[in-house]
Structure formats: C-alpha cells, structure tokens
Ligand binder design. Structure first.
Ligand code: NAD
Length: 350
C-alpha cells in the first residue's frame, strides 16, 4: 500500500484537477480539503473521490470556475446559488462569508443550492472554530443518493444527511461533531468495496430488509439500504435525517428527498454564532474545560481504554499521518493513476 506525505498527495491532487480543467485558484482548495479528510482518517471523503469528481467534470455535473452568486442577502443571512461549481470551493466561500457576517450580526445563516458534493462537512465549521466562533454545517443531497431506509422501512428514502458542529476550545483543538444521520457515510461502503472488506452488522440491510455484511448489497439490483443512526432506537437517526433534509434542502431550494431530483448535489446550511457576544470567551472556554474533564473522569467500560470527546480521534490521526504519512490502498491508487492518465498525466510526479 503506497504511503504519501501531505504535500505529495496535495500536489498529485492539484495536478490532476488542473489537468482536468479546474482553474488554478480552485484546484488547490479542493486538493487541500480532500487531503485534509485523509489526514483525519476519513478516507471515504479524501482522494478516493478524484476519479468520481473528474467524471463529474467530464459529464458537466461539476462546472469548475462557475461564479458563486449571492442571490439574496441581509447583514445576517445569504442565499447562494453555486451554479454547479466545485462544492468544496462554494462551501468554503460560504462559510468564510458566514464568519464575516457573524462578526457584525452575532449570528449568521447561509443557505446554498446548485452545489455539488462538498466532501467532509466537518472542515467548514472548523473554520468558524478557528475564528473563535461556533460553526454548524447541515447538508442534504437535494433528492439524490437515497441510500438510507426510514425507520421501519427496507428501501432507501433519505440521503445520509450529515451534520457537523465545531466549538473552539482554549487548547486550540476544537470539539467537532461530524456525523451522518445514517449509521455510516455511504463513502465508507465504497471504501469497503475497494478494500474487499465486509462491513459490521448493523450498517446495512439487503433488498429483503435482512441484515447483511456484504457492502456490495447496497448497490445490488434491487439495492439494499443503509440503516438510520441509532440501532434499536433508529427512529432518532431517522428523525434527525428528516429535519436535516428540511434545513438543507427545503430552505435552500436544492430540494428534499423525494423531490424527483436525481442529480447529486448538496443542499447546505451554514450557521455561525459569535460566542464573545454572548459570554466572555475565557469563561466559555473554562466551562468547556470543565465539561471535557468531567466526561473523561468516567471509569471505562469493558473494551474501552479511555473516554474521548468528538474530534479527538481525528486530531490524533492527523498528528499521526502528518508524522508517518497517509496510506492509500492499492485499488484507490490504481484508480487515481488511471484517472491521471485519462486527463493527460501518464506518470504522476510528486
Ligand atoms: P463516523 O461514524 O466516523 O463519526 C465521526 C464522528 O464521531 C466525529 O465527530 C468523531 O470525532 C466522533 N467520534 C468517533 N469516535 C468517537 C469516540 N470514541 N468518542 C467520541 N466521539 C467519537 O463518521 P460518519 O458519520 O460515517 O461520517 C463520515 C464523514 O462523511 C463525515 O466527515 C461527514 O462529513 C462525511 N459525509 C459527507 C456527506 C456529503 O454529502 N458531503 C454525506 C455524508 C457524510
């Protein structure tokens, strides 16, 4: 399995996207966000996506360089038409604007439509946390990618509808919740297929509604489905997913699941809260320090070594992969090289 440094993988990714027609001011943004996803350990939203995104560009689903248009705006909100540009670029611009607006309005909300897949959504609220604010990103798929069965159902009716919330902390490692409202992201099924792995019981059902560990069942004909988050209390994950569909798809106009839209997109809502306008930052951090210390005092249950807070695993994995490199599985690397050759780079230099 080849192993890369962050810089090598960013160069490879930037080169392929530029050769594939992505403007030079956009390709490095996409590359940085994809590689950041690999760094955190979320390989499902990392460079494994290069062949898919190049395919989207070739078929016109992604139109790199499209203007990010603000359709309506007030000091605290905006509605953005992404004009089908690269989702990562649109989302990063939108979160940057939301942070700016929250500086003067305390709270801001930005809704986005006509936007492609924005990748690992946790990257965007982290920008708010780095600015000392709380960031929230909510995403639906506009009616496409209906892989998740509603609670009690056996056919996919919702997308994996994720939510991410980041809060700054005093020590510089934000607390980051970044989860799908399904048991896992669909991309993790894709990674399992590429690696030839089975998946844990409780992730998937087959077309008969029976539990299965075969990741291929999700794409079989007829297809199986991902389960909503929550196991025996899956009604909670299902309810969360439904509300995310409303906040991401109905508000922006991207469309909700069942809208008939089959074009893959992300209907996005970015929310930012300027903490210092509510409470002194120092006191806020003190409360978080207390909270984190408090949960970590719990004795561990059998099979667990320690209590973690959301975002901690990713922060540790990032430190490890920055030190030891980012492993890319053979099949993903083969596909990346094949894609590079298709866009005119017969041999990747890095
Ligand atoms: P996951 O199941 O790995 O959950 C990740 C979250 O759980 C993180 O916040 C992590 O810090 C936290 N976590 C993990 N172990 C923990 C522990 N022991 N204690 C405390 N917290 C812990 O991830 P997922 O739900 O499968 O989602 C994977 C990725 O897919 C996410 O980054 C998401 O943004 C992305 N995604 C994107 C889209 C899109 O359309 N753009 C759709 C779905 C998912």
């Amino acid at each position: 399995m080849p192993n890369f440094t962050q810089e090598q993988l960013q160069k490879i990714t930037t080169d392929i996207f530029e050769a594939g027609g992505v403007p030079t001011d956009e390709a490095p943004i996409v590359a940085e966000l994809l590689v950041a996803s690999n760094l955190t350990g979320h390989d499902s939203h990392g460079v494994i996506r290069i062949p898919q995104y190049i395919g989207f560009i070739e078929s016109g689903l992604i139109q790199p360089g499209s203007p990010v248009e603000i359709e309506s705006e007030s000091p605290s909100h905006a509605l953005i038409n992404g004009n089908w540009g690269f989702g990562h670029v649109i989302a990063q611009k939108a979160m940057t604007l939301a942070i700016e607006k929250a500086k003067s309005s305390t709270v801001s909300a930005i809704s986005i439509y006509n936007c492609n897949h924005i990748g690992r959504i946790g990257s965007y609220p982290m920008l708010a946390a780095e600015a000392g604010m709380i960031g929230i990103t909510i995403v639906n798929a506009g009616g496409a990618a209906l892989y998740v069965a509603p609670f009690g159902g056996k056919e996919g009716r919702l997308a994996t509808n994720p939510i991410a919330i980041a809060s700054p902390t005093r020590n510089g490692h934000p607390i980051l919740l970044d989860i799908t409202s399904s048991v896992v992201a669909q991309g993790k099924i894709r990674v399992a297929v590429n690696r030839g792995d089975s998946v844990p019981l409780g992730w998937l059902i087959n077309s008969e509604g029976e539990p299965t560990q075969n990741p291929q069942d999700l794409m079989a004909s007829p297809p199986g489905a991902l389960l909503p988050l929550g196991g025996i209390v899956g009604h909670k994950g299902y309810a969360l997913g439904l509300m995310i569909d409303i906040l991401g798809g109905a508000l922006s106009g991207a469309g909700c699941s069942g809208s008939g839209n089959t074009r893959l997109q992300n209907g996005v809502l970015m929310i930012v809260l300027d903490i210092a306008k509510f409470t002194p930052l120092d006191e806020f951090y003190e409360r978080i320090d207390g909270l984190v210390a408090h949960v970590k005092t719990s004795p561990t249950a059998p099979g667990f070594d320690e209590i973690l807070v959301p975002g901690e695993i990713e922060a540790r994995q990032t430190e490890r992969r920055l030190r030891e490199g980012i492993p890319i599985d053979d099949e993903t690397w083969r596909q990346i090289q094949e894609t590079a050759a298709e866009v005119g780079i017969p041999e990747l230099k890095f």
